[in-house]
Design a protein around this ligand. Structure first.
Ligand SMILES: [Fe+2]
Ligand SMILES: [Fe+2]
Length: 270
């Protein structure tokens, strides 16, 4: 159990990259086509690729708030944003190797599709969060933990359902990094929430009322819903999500009994 935020950062910085240049160079890209990928998973991979690539938008938002000015968080985010962008590039390469062509300008095209109202809200967002100053950093960290957990469990479900061995190999490596991201966000959130009752109330209120699945906003809601329905379908899928995401959120100070994350998933998946 970490006692300070600096300890959490030190732990993160000790973690080796899973996606080293050797891993990428020796990856069996030539075997991707030897296995079938059900067409239903292609839009899921594209959604995941784009959301990974949009990490820098989120990073840019945070940089303008007290959260992004914290030296510990800033140091984490400098490495984190590089890792997330590489995840996007590897997913894009996987799509191509699987025979699903993507434009050379896929990133520009995906960014151009971000709705105007997102960009607009995006500009207002730091102004609102700055009103709560440092208290809001706990919200950012708890929210970040939920996003990382959702991403990680999304990848796990994808490799379990798609049954494509090369995709599984890639997603397992990406997931090692998602798991380190989760641990960072979750522990920083815990330390911040332990410090103040006001922070705990604020974080619980904001997440229960405003949380939306990772990527929704930059991507249309119907695409987020497609991903949820595909990966977490039925009672089994919702239970998997509840155990691995919502339950871990509930273990943060101030979050006991909050079920709104699972409920949002259940509305689509059941
Ligand atoms: Fe990622
Ligand atoms: Fe991540």
């Amino acid at each position: 159990m970490f006692e300070t935020e600096t300890d959490v950062l030190a732990w993160y910085e000790e973690q080796p990259r899973a996606l080293t240049p050797e891993f990428v160079n020796n990856f069996p890209w030539h075997e991707v086509r030897a296995h079938a990928l059900a067409p239903a998973f292609a839009p899921v991979l594209i959604y995941m690729r784009d959301v990974e690539a949009f990490t820098d938008i989120y990073y840019e938002e945070l940089r303008r708030t007290p959260t992004g000015k914290s030296p510990v968080i800033k140091k984490f985010m400098d490495r984190w944003s590089v890792e997330e962008f590489q995840h996007a590039e590897l997913l894009n390469r996987f799509l191509n190797e699987a025979g699903i062509p993507t434009s050379k300008r896929w990133l520009e095209e995906a960014r151009a599709k971000i709705p105007f109202n997102y960009t607009f809200e995006n500009r207002l967002y730091p102004i609102i969060t700055n009103c709560f100053g440092k208290h809001f950093s706990a919200v950012h960290m708890a929210w970040g933990a939920v996003n990382e957990m959702t991403t990680l469990q999304g990848y796990r479900r994808l490799w379990q359902l798609a049954k494509h061995p090369v995709l599984e190999k890639l997603l397992r490596a990406i997931s090692q990094e998602e798991s380190a991201h989760t641990k960072f966000y979750w522990n920083i959130a815990r330390l911040k929430l332990e410090r103040s009752g006001f922070t705990r109330k604020l974080a619980r209120t904001v997440i229960s009322r405003f949380w939306t699945p990772v990527g929704q906003g930059t991507k249309p809601k119907r695409e987020a819903n497609y991903l949820i329905a595909t990966l977490f379908k039925g009672a089994d899928g919702v239970d998997f999500f509840d155990r691995n995401v919502n339950h871990k959120l509930e273990q943060l100070p101030g979050f006991t009994g909050l079920k709104s994350i699972t409920q949002r998933i259940a509305r689509i998946a059941l």
